[in-house]
Design a protein around this ligand. Structure first.
Ligand code: IPM
Ligand code: MG
Length: 356
């Protein structure tokens, strides 16, 4: 029986609660579909930093390099300086493991979940491919004349040909394998950020290798508008790191809320990281009222990536059935006790077992 070695970082705030439900679902899927997971829990996050002053020791990092997947709950807490834990844990893994694709599906499972009039599951079904190792996130920033009235702050956006090309190519391959609208929309702001001309040229070149895939383009400001007005125009969208960060929160809202939006940080063929998009929401921690659906779907994406495709789709389908039938009545904080949502998904998965 295949056994997968998985690192688990439950993290801060609601992270541990939603992770517990996701792992419960993962275990059920594993027992139904005949695989095992061996998990190692790592304590990193704000709580651990407050206690030990340790963020992410290299010894643990090199141990994690040997795993097959990383599962992360949520990180961040106002008791730590802004960005310290985010850069020390999430960004560290994205950069040092070269997880250049941040895959963020935006799928509305039921009309009831959609905040957009007349737009539901048929119209809201897209995947964002967010570049995940470059752009505004590389940490190339600085201050001059600090704390003087003439202080200057700069942050450089970095785009490389290699980094741009590989993520654009991934988007085209994805559009082909999804076999839906067969369209890739590139979202940028090349009219103002002239360095993004590199994206314009690279997109044009790569697209020639995919004559079966339609191409489209939108500036980020217009893309925000089209996402609300005509979400059905999007199939696969590829964009740079910062724009991808921002527009996928908007995406989460049109699919039903932060409680349902999952993501995968991928280096194709190598160790990758799976997490819900939402943050740690410290004010809701330990109240058993956070929604674990996004965390559960992230575990489903992890199964899919590991090659356990049947388990991955069974997890997603169980959530879809629960949402469509109204048994999951909402994915906002307080809609259901956290543990009961996990139990519902487990029970739904077991029905699959009855059929296998
Ligand atoms: C995300 C988050 C992170 C990001 C933060 C926590 C650094 O917002 O994964 O979308 O900006 O990438
Ligand atoms: Mg974000």
């Amino acid at each position: 029986m295949t056994e997968y070695d998985i690192a688990v970082i439950a993290g801060d705030g609601i992270g541990p609660e939603v992770t517990r439900e996701a792992l419960k679902v993962l275990d059920t899927a594993a027992s139904i579909f005949g695989f095992k997971t061996r998990r190692t829990a790592y304590p990193f996050g704000t709580e651990h930093w407050l206690k030990t002053q340790e963020i992410f020791p290299e010894s643990a990092f090199s141990e994690i390099r040997g795993k097959q997947a990383i599962y992360l709950g949520a990180i961040g807490d106002p008791r730590a300086p802004v960005g310290l834990i985010e850069y020390g844990v999430i960004a560290k893994m994205r950069f040092e493991l070269d997880l250049y694709v941040n895959l963020r599906p935006v799928r509305c499972y039921d009309d009831r979940m959609s905040p957009l009039k007349g737009k539901g599951p048929n119209e809201i079904d897209m995947v964002f491919v967010r570049e995940n190792t470059e752009g505004a996130y590389t940490g190339s920033y600085g201050f001059a004349h600090k704390n003087l009235p003439i202080e200057v702050a700069t942050q450089v956006m970095v785009y490389t040909r290699v980094g741009t090309e590989r993520v654009i190519r991934y988007a085209f391959e994805l559009a082909r394998s999804r076999n839906k609208r067969k369209k890739v929309t590139m979202i940028d702001k090349a009219n103002a950020l002239r360095a993004q001309d590199l994206w314009t040229r690279t997109f044009a070149e790569v697209s020639k290798e995919y004559p079966d895939i339609e191409t489209d383009h939108a500036y980020i400001d217009a893309a925000c508008m089209w996402m609300i007005k005509n979400p059905e125009w999007f199939d696969v969208a590829v964009t740079s790191n910062l724009f991808g960060d921002i527009i996928t929160d908007l995406g989460a809202m049109i699919q039903g809320g932060m409680g349902i939006a999952a993501s995968a940080n991928i280096h194709p063929g190598k160790l990758s990281l799976f997490e819900p998009i939402h943050g740690s929401a410290p004010k809701y921690a330990n109240q058993n009222k956070a929604c674990p659906v996004a965390a559960i779907l992230a575990a489903g994406m992890m199964c899919d990536y590991l090659g356990e495709k049947a388990a991955g789709s069974a997890i997603e389908n169980a959530v879809v059935d629960l949402v469509r039938s109204g048994r999951i009545k909402g994915v906002n904080t307080g809609d259901h006790p956290t543990d009961q949502v996990g139990d519902m998904v487990v029970a739904e998965l077991k029905k699959v077992l009855a059929k296998v």
